[in-house]
Design a protein around this ligand. Structure first.
Ligand SMILES: Nc1ncnc2c1ncn2[C@@H]1O[C@H](COP(=O)(O)OP(=O)(O)O)[C@@H](O)[C@H]1O
Ligand SMILES: [Mg+2]
Length: 240
């Protein structure tokens, strides 16, 4: 597909049973003659229940990797496994279902719906499930309470500060009780107080055994992780 030849994986990933596994993953973006190697031979295993921070400067490939881990996109070469399933083997419908059931996203640009209240935004990922709406609403309100927004449940995103919107996005990401949460720079543009809040929210969610992969260049956040994985120019550096 790319005219770029990519070496074989060295097979450094041995188990595919982790929460998330990348095995020799390359992501090449190509338009015409312009080629960007966003990820080069990335192998990584995230254990179930682990909280991994992916750090690296802007343009290093963090969002690209999160998108692949979340089955929003497929690698150019190599394989991604989520909860033991190889994403490449999933059809569209299966893939959507896998994502809906198992993965919560906190997008960097949040993607809240402006004409829905905080509660309705949080309910959204589960509306199609055909629940009794009042029960779902109670769940959403409860989650908003957990992220310290109990007083703002009826507010629209444009009535909330960025830090508050960030917490709505986190509540929405976990409303399905996903096994895996992927968050793209969830503390970018937050002050210390809101950053501490986000960190304590992530910690309390971990108690339920959720696996987290969080892209960040915020030391305050990466200090809270079980493991920090560094990426530079699309290449994994080391993990510690
Ligand atoms: N859809 C795309 N088309 C072309 N290049 C892309 C695309 N998405 C990302 N890139 C490039 O891939 C590299 C990694 O981007 P990204 O994963 O967004 O980095 P980060 O999230 O670490 O800032 C950058 O050079 C970026 O310009
Ligand atoms: Mg990014």
């Amino acid at each position: 597909m790319t005219g770029v030849s990519l070496p074989e994986s060295d097979g450094s990933v041995r188990s595919r049973d982790g929460a998330l596994v990348c095995d020799g993953v390359w992501k090449i973006f190509q338009r015409g003659r312009r080629i960007v190697r966003a990820l080069s031979d990335v192998s990584l295993e995230v254990r179930r229940g682990e909280f991994v921070c992916l750090v690296g400067s802007s343009g290093s490939g963090k969002s690209t990797l999160l998108n692949l881990l979340g089955a929003l996109d497929l690698p150019t070469k190599g394989e991604i496994y989520g909860l033991g399933l190889r994403y490449r083997d999933l059809g569209n419908e299966q893939c959507n279902r896998f994502r809906r059931t198992n993965i919560g996203f906190v997008f960097q640009e949040l993607r809240l719906i402006n004409h829905l209240t905080a509660t309705e935004n949080v309910m959204l990922p589960r509306l199609f499930e055909g629940h009794i709406k009042s029960e779902l609403m109670n769940t959403a309100v409860g989650l908003l309470g957990q992220v310290d927004l109990g007083e703002r449940v009826d507010h629209f995103p444009y009535e909330l500060s960025y830090g508050e919107q960030q917490r709505v996005a986190i509540a929405r990401a976990v409303v399905t009780k996903p096994k895996i949460v992927l968050a793209d720079e969830p503390t970018a543009n937050l002050d210390n107080k809101n950053t501490e809040r986000v960190i304590s929210i992530l910690h309390s969610l971990r108690a339920s055994g959720t696996t987290f992969v969080v892209a960040t260049h915020d030391d305050r956040l990466s200090r809270a992780a079980d493991r920090v994985v560094e990426i530079a120019g699309g290449v994994l550096q080391h993990s510690g």
